[in-house]
Design a protein around this ligand. Sequence first.
Ligand code: DAH
Length: 353
Amino acid sequence: MSDASAVNVSETNEPEGVSEALQALLADVEKMSAGAVGAIDAASSIEALEELRLRFLGKKGAFAELNRRFGSLPAEEKPAAGKELNERKSRIVAAEKAARTRLERERIDQRLRSEAIDVTLPGTAPGGGHLHPIVQVRREIERVFTGMGFQITESPEVESEWVNFDALNFLPDHPARDMQDTFFTDRGHVLRTHTSPNQIRAMSATKPPLAVISSGKVYRCDADATHSPMFFQMEGFVVDQGVSMAHLKGTLNEFVHALFGPGTETRFRPSFFPFTEPSAEVDIRCDWLSAGWMEILGCGMIHPAVLTNCGIDPEKWSGFAFGLGLDRIAMLKYGIDDIRHLYENDARFLSQF
Ligand code: DAH
């Protein structure tokens, strides 16, 4: 072959005089690369693009196939054909890269749109709680008595047998001391069975005159619809000179009227408690009850022995005391028929008060 007939595809772009294999190869390169660039530009997802990349540029892809055919071209046709193949390939590679950049940006934009949070939307308000009905009643009663000049004190839930029973004038064989009625801990201590021990603690700690209320949990071995092994009491007492039953009645009537309404009738019934003499129970008239009267508290004049046990001279000082069940008052006030509702922490029940 002379120089004149030598092929220079890139310069002349003239197919004449070139081998049939080269002509076919160039035609296929042209066709394939145009198709590839078109498909890549139109790819609508990164997954689809990846598929196209493998189909055209992968090891077993269309370009690899063309490369194999390139291998069997006559040696003198290879440089020009190789150059053409490389150019076409780099155009596909560039198209693939551009498409990838575009699709990745689209994916990010799409995520930003779908995951956008509107920070101007109003939030969800957390469910508001409120005070337990027993706490509401306790606070209401505290307001009434502090309004009359009483002060509030506290005393422990685990109490010595002496303070819980002996100092309050319970005789050694009193049934309340029975294991059946009281939770005993070790070494002469009990879970206090009432809030009356507060009288002993307050009177032993502070000289009269005294007007004190105190409330908290008390414990007894008892459980049914109207008794819970743990319940709430409030204790109150006054010690001063010349304190009489009249002061007791006046104070408790005032309390009942403040809590249940000014017209509420009360009844003082004689009763017995070891730590008071005389003792009484107070009922209020409840028209909605068939019985007509409902007991709400125990009270009396503080027994001289109790004053003496606290180092207070009963010849000089006298006092009255009262104790009430906060659960019972809450049940009466809100018409609750089962004490256990108060302790089950069922929000559907508690949210009514
Ligand atoms: N502590 C008595 C009880 O738990 C209640 C009580 C009655 C308290 C009379 C008093 C009182 O202060 O004078 O049943």
